[in-house]
Design a protein around this ligand. Structure first.
Ligand code: MG
Length: 377
């Protein structure tokens, strides 16, 4: 059965794929990319996303986004746009669900701290770590390490990569060196991520009380939609007004992305995924929308991500990661046996990074207490 007959010629297809690292028989009841999506959902790293966060640490409140709900929102936005563009929804969903698998505990603070710890050992990049999770770290199959995903899924997961790391990665790193594009599905998942976090960070920011609707009125994009909501529903206030506003913002971004990308695809005349790889990026917002999104991002950076109460948490997070790393490097025997690599400092550091990156927020805090407080065991 051809599960992909409805796709546009420029979409990713199982038949035209660059394949898996270890060859496997084609699945009978689903497409190759459906299989990838399913493998990701059954992975251990995917379940950990529930207890990892970006801005707010997991214990700060039950209603804040976690990386799991964030990834589901990204997948929802990406799939609905993909359907409009006749792209491969299964691939876009697989990339979306896997895009944060390599994140450390405590969001970007954790990633920066671990990168600093790994300075002399090749550094730490969360995109690269996501690829490492699906290529090597998951232990689910008898025949291979990792999930053995399709090239196009892996290409989408590796959103960014330094040139020095790209050179070590072979096939999957080549596009960074040759300055080529990934599939349209990968380009789309990347922007769906942006739509998701910009909007849910407003919601979570307001819920936490760290930012206010009055402050948000200085963001044109928000203010315009908020006043439309007030006109449509006179007297609307509170959570309902916020949600109705954010809903409209997400919709406006999605519609703009669909229309702009459709016209780019038409103008470029691409007829295959390889033509897509050689073209300019085709999935983009319009220039006006990019300007609006930038203003919103800047607002969030200044008022939420750098709020002093968030800074306190990120400072604590940095310290926890640094102290865990140093303790494990000084005494590798504190690690579970399969993470100990005696006599090879470089390999040991990478194992410690894998161990720490795999921790959830609360596990990292508990592990830190266990190592540094005598009355914890
Ligand atoms: Mg993300």
């Amino acid at each position: 059965m051809n599960f992909e007959a409805h796709l546009a010629p420029y979409a990713a297809r199982s038949a035209a794929s660059r394949g898996r690292r270890f060859s496997e028989a084609a699945p009978a009841s689903r497409s190759e990319f459906q299989r990838d999506r399913d493998r990701i959902i059954h992975s251990t790293a995917f379940r950990r996303l529930e207890y990892k966060t970006q801005v707010f640490v997991n214990h700060e409140g039950d209603l804040f986004r976690t990386r799991l709900t964030h990834s589901i929102e990204v997948a929802q936005i990406a799939r609905s746009i993909a359907r409009n563009l006749r792209l491969n929804e299964d691939l876009v969903e697989a990339i979306s669900l896997a895009h944060d698998l390599g994140h450390t505990p405590f969001g970007h603070a954790g990633q920066d701290a671990l990168n600093a710890c790994m300075k002399d050992y090749g550094g730490f990049e969360h995109n690269l770590q996501s690829l490492r999770v699906v290529d090597e770290l998951e232990e689910h199959y008898g025949a291979f390490d990792g999930l053995n995903l399709m090239f196009e899924t892996r290409e989408g997961i590796l959103k960014h990569c330094s040139l020095s790391n790209a050179a070590k990665l072979g096939d999957i790193g080549r596009r960074f060196i040759e300055r080529k594009q990934p599939s349209l599905e990968a380009q789309l998942a990347n922007l769906a991520d942006e739509i998701a976090y910009n909007n849910h960070d407003i919601d979570d920011g307001l819920r936490s009380g760290l930012i206010t609707t009055t402050q948000l009125d200085e963001v044109d994009f928000y203010a315009r939609h908020r006043s439309e909501v007030a006109r449509a529903y006179p007297g609307i206030t509170g959570r309902r007004a916020i949600h109705e506003t954010i809903r409209r913002m997400i919709n406006a971004l999605a519609v703009d992305l669909i229309q702009t990308s459709q016209s780019h695809i038409r103008d470029a005349g691409v007829q295959s995924i390889d033509e897509v790889r050689n073209a300019e990026p085709l999935i983009t917002f319009s220039r006006e929308m990019r300007g609006e999104a930038l203003q919103l991002k800047r607002f969030l950076r200044e008022n939420l991500y750098h709020h002093y109460l968030v800074n306190r948490m990120t400072s604590k997070a940095r310290r926890i990661i640094r102290e865990l790393f140093d303790a494990f490097m000084q005494e590798p025997r504190l690690l579970p046996p399969d993470y100990q690599i005696p006599g090879n400092e470089h390999a040991q550091a990478r194992k410690v990074a894998d161990y720490i990156a795999g921790m959830t927020d609360r596990y990292a805090m508990r592990e830190h207490r266990r190592l540094f407080f005598i009355d914890e065991s």
